[in-house]
Design a binder for this molecule. Structure first.
Ligand code: CMP
Length: 140
């Protein structure tokens, strides 16, 4: 196992319900360190570019509108095997399939409004971190 960094987003359904602290506690309890974090409001264009890989999916428009609807918290999580560990802490994309105790099982409202995003692989993690953070903002 190696130390990795992964990009996490606390989505509008969670910031709206004031769940940032509870979600961050799940990350920290799992041994993930929040090494960078900021609360921002995405434009439709910024959300669209971030989720460009899903542009052909039927839910793309709805997804972008949701992500631009209210503030999000973007963060970099660091730890041993952080990409996989974060995905375990988040739970399955659809909260109906998410394991008990995971963020999505406890907090997500639907498959679309599912409280958190996490990078799925090392190359996407590097791209997604660079999308939101400059090197100067990553102090470890
Ligand atoms: P995320 O991990 O951010 O990656 C892509 C997002 O698309 C996903 O979480 C969901 O929020 C959203 N998504 C995936 N499948 C659907 C769906 N069937 N309907 C609406 N949104 C979806």
């Amino acid at each position: 196992m190696a130390t990795q960094r992964t990009l996490s987003i606390i989505k509008p359904d969670a910031t709206r319900r004031n769940l940032t602290g509870k979600i961050n506690a799940k990350f920290e309890d799992a041994g993930l360190r929040i090494v960078a974090q900021k609360r921002i409001k995405l434009t439709m264009e910024q959300a669209g570019k971030f989720y460009e890989v899903h542009a052909e999916r039927p839910f793309y428009g709805e997804l972008c509108e949701f992500m631009a609807s209210e503030p999000v918290v973007v963060q970099v999580l660091e730890g041993e095997d952080a990409i996989l560990k974060n995905r375990e802490v988040m739970g399955a994309t659809n909260p109906a399939d998410a394991a008990p105790g995971t963020i999505r099982a406890e907090f997500a409202e639907s498959v679309g409004e599912n409280s958190v995003h996490g990078s799925d692989a090392p190359d996407t993690a590097a791209e997604e971190i660079a999308y939101f953070f400059s090197g100067l903002e990553l102090v470890g």
